[in-house]
Design a protein around this ligand. Sequence first.
Ligand code: BYC
Length: 320
Amino acid sequence: MTATIGEAAAEQDIFDGAIAADERIEPRDWMPDAYRATLVRQIAQHAHSEIIGMQPESNWITRAPSLRRKAILMAKVQDEAGHGLYLYSAAETLGVRRDELLDKLHAGRQKYSSIFNYPTLTWADVGAIGWLVDGAAIMNQVPLCRCSYGPYARAMVRICKEESFHQRQGYELLLTLSRGTPEQHAMAQDAVNRWWWPSMMMFGPPDDESTHSAQSMAWKIKRHSNDELRQRFVDASAPQAEILGLTLPDPDIRWNEERGHYDSGPIDWTEFWDVLAGNGPCNDQRLTQRREAHENGAWVREAAASYAAKHAAGRGEAAV
Ligand code: BYC
């Protein structure tokens, strides 16, 4: 049944009122098509990032230097799969199917975070990812716990708790290396040198080049702009680097008394856009590995679907 112009305006008013009152929008509530599309875009990109993000770290599971480190890393990589699961489920509440989203990822029609197109060259990279990449992720994701869309906000609560553990393990790993032999210290410094700038880029383009920020902030999907969150990340990381005994590869980082923030140097946005265009060091490798994993897992999906159908039939239910 098509809504009349009057009914549509009333629905828009209810939606606007809920956003203004900081209430949550739930799956069965009316929402503007563009709000739904923005959420699908962001949540899908986020979910894809979680499962692609398993690759650079799982690269080191077999070579972890101790059983303790191996157990921690395996748990972390498994957590990322779980994050993907919560996020694909949240996206499904918006009326899209998980296999549609995966097809789009595999066809290169939906994005995943730029950060996962960089290689993990040494063991210290596992620490740098935990400290910097998960640190940036938390900075971006804690405000998403207050996102106006209920299922996304609720998924983020658990994800953020797990991300905090990830960040701590990375920090502790780097601290251990930094206080170890001169070779270990150098390896930690090299990893931080390589991961700092890509981590700064994770927050997205500068505010004046961000396509979606203004509308997403008006809808309370995003609570802060890309540059605001990036500044918070610099403010948190600079003193942590000092405690670690490592330097951030930006000679312009210094405390600015007047602003009450750390200043930082210019970001090479050409590199960011180039990575998004598919030209990062690992774009091809990540997508190829993902497509292969998907194909290799076909029998598991078939078995699960067949099991579900058999049991639904046994209970006299129609298979869904
Ligand atoms: N990488 O208008 P803008 C993790 C795109 S998972 C790639 O500012 P928006 C972790 C953007 O999509 C980390 N693309 O966009 C996992 C848009 O293009 P489209 C992932 C990026 O959405 C495992 C265009 O640039 N976190 O941490 O308002 C292990 C213009 O940007 C990126 C999330 O996904 C990027 N970095 O803001 C360890 C968090 N940045 O779509 C760790 C949820 C921008 O028009 N997402 N683009 O073609 C968000 O908060 C927002 O989507 C963003 C971007 C802040 C990322």
